[in-house]
Design a protein around this ligand. Sequence first.
Ligand code: SF4
Length: 186
Amino acid sequence: MGLADIAKLAGLLGPKVLAGGDIAGACAKFAEKKNREHARAFAAVPFAERIVFVPQCMRATGRCRAEEKGAEYICTRCGGCSVAPIARRAMELGYMGLKILKGGSAVARHVEKMKPRAVLGLACQYEGALGIFECERLGVAVQFVPLLRDGCADTDVELEKVFAVLELTAPAPAGKDRKARAKPRG
Ligand code: SF4
């Protein structure tokens, strides 16, 4: 984590937390609060305007078949880690893409380039808090699912949790429902 990131975290969590408190716990609370605040907006965005960001530390060390292209890895869905089923489900639903990020700073770059209206991010608690900060700064609805354990390699995530967020949709407006039901069949 660089100085700029520490300054951002201090702004988000308060300098007292950084001075010796439970930083991961504070980041987790911050993310839970933001998930609640953004859930409705995220669910209202069509799948085609949503993107998924996953961290490179989820890749299977020594087995990953992802192609490295400049600043990113392209998952070839070799099945070595949980990125494959997440990418498959996102594509089935019609998401605009899944990006394996080499670092948290890539969030803003991809959002500015691809212009999603909603982001589902997977990361450790620190990177998650910073990613949420970037999404809010750029006016994008965001949902965050934390990794099961922090680390620089072979990390993982709870797939059921990720799928549940991927599939979040807003209920149809009541008027539309009524019209659909009233429509004669045949
Ligand atoms: S599923 Fe994708 S990211 Fe995971 S190890 Fe295979 S190629 Fe790499």
